[in-house]
Design a protein. Sequence first.
Length: 344
Amino acid sequence: MPHASTGYDRTGTGSPSIKVSLIIPTRNEAIQIEQLLSSIAEQTRQPDEIVIIDRGSADATLDLLKRAKADNPGLRIISAGNTSRGQARNIGIANARHDWIALTDAASRPEPDWLERLVEVAAQSGAMLVCGNFEPEIDTLQKECASIVCVPARDTGIEEAVRGPSVASALVHFDAWKSVGGFPDLEAAEDLFFFDELDHKGCRIGWAPRAQVRWQLCSSLRAIYSQHVLLSVQSVLARRQRYWHYPVFCSYIAASLCIYLALVHNPFWLLLPTLGLIVRAGRKIREHRENRSLPWMLKPARFAGVLGIILLVDLAMFAGWIKVWFKPGEKRRVATLLASMRAD
């Protein structure tokens, strides 16, 4: 039975007694699953088991995993069918053999000392959740623009700069996961709600800025649009419009008023919404500037790319919002699910 023997030193005196189950959900990851497994094999501190939950892959993912399992008895594969990402994580954690749960994604590539640094912080801090770092892999201007718009900037207020918390790089204790009822049964933003609930419960959080994973960012315009439609749907279902939808909606109401005034009074009114978009793009670029030079910020191609992706993400947000209107049953289900997490 899972968790029959935790191997966890509850006095927090050191890391050797901490045993870790690495949980990773997959779906159609044949292109990158071997790279992920290779990066796990290179860890300076190996996980005590690896649990991969396949969510109904239609490509060669399962075949590659079964081939890898033949050479790695610590690898366990669970076929979970067509489940959400949140539910897949829950299935993996519920079946884990150890109390400490390392979390990452199939599109991630952990640095060799990633798990070692997470475990060090867990052992030294007494935290029940340790948040690592993640860095998008950027090799084209389009990926850079997508990263500027879609990836959180580094937070310099926590020791060293971190992007987080994120399920792409984290270590959580089983008891903390259980205290909030696990991850919500959502396909997107499940980690956002999970971390919010842990914070609400007063869970002690540790930070491991150097526990870093490299993350493959989907940068095609179609992928960005689809991901943000899904994220918009999940955010509306969870009644979090005030964090994203309402501010953007208000900005477009103001822009519409300016367009009306430009049509009936003076064309110069069009300058206001144009300036608003420029300011939004400039703010995003400045947040991701870090130690780069001013010319980097002002590069026209980068500025235009960021502006275009902002507009695409806005369109996806509205599309997802409208889509929810046709899912009243799903809206009630998610509201009940999140309410039960808060009540537990």
